[in-house]
Design a binder for this molecule. Structure first.
Ligand code: FES
Length: 153
């Protein structure tokens, strides 16, 4: 879908900026927001580009660089950290063969860390695209990743 079609689904009101950014990012197979699209969004909402860029740089779930089809973000904040976030990151790194900040060679997965995913009472937590997973263990991680691999195979 072209970005104009994504934008046309929203009213031209600046209070919809977050939703628009999520929709535009989600429509890219590489889960990111190219500079050109940020310009188009600013123009569509008639707001300064700096405001759009400020929102994009504030939230960890936005990216301006191409990523994998499935973006995995593992929370590293204190409640998740003390409940095993490091072992979750290690397990994911071993399964996928990447470090945080890297994308698998087949372009399917990007591994990232995040400061909080808003589910601090159910640690450790990760998000894959817009789905959040709680109370993670290395075994749960293996099952989740193999489900994604089956779907994308
Ligand atoms: S501290 Fe991990 S989700 Fe908030």
């Amino acid at each position: 879908m072209h970005i104009d079609k994504v934008l046309a689904q929203f009213p031209k009101t600046p209070d919809r900026l977050l939703e628009i950014l999520l929709a535009v990012q989600g429509h890219h197979p590489q889960q990111y927001l190219p500079e050109d699209d940020l310009r188009k969004i600013a123009s569509y909402l008639d707001i300064p580009e700096s405001r759009v860029c400020g929102v994009v740089s504030f939230y960890t779930f936005f990216s301006t660089v191409p990523r994998g089809r499935h973006v995995i973000q593992v929370c590293e904040n204190i409640p998740c950290h003390v409940n095993g976030a490091a072992s979750i990151i290690t397990t994911l790194g071993e399964l996928l063969g990447v470090k945080p900040g890297e994308t698998t060679e087949d372009g399917q997965f990007t591994l990232e860390t995040a400061s909080c995913l808003g589910c601090c009472d159910e640690p450790p937590v990760m998000r894959i695209n817009d789905k959040v997973y709680h109370h993670l263990t290395p075994d749960k991680i293996k099952a989740i990743i193999s489900e994604y691999r089956e779907v994308t195979a």
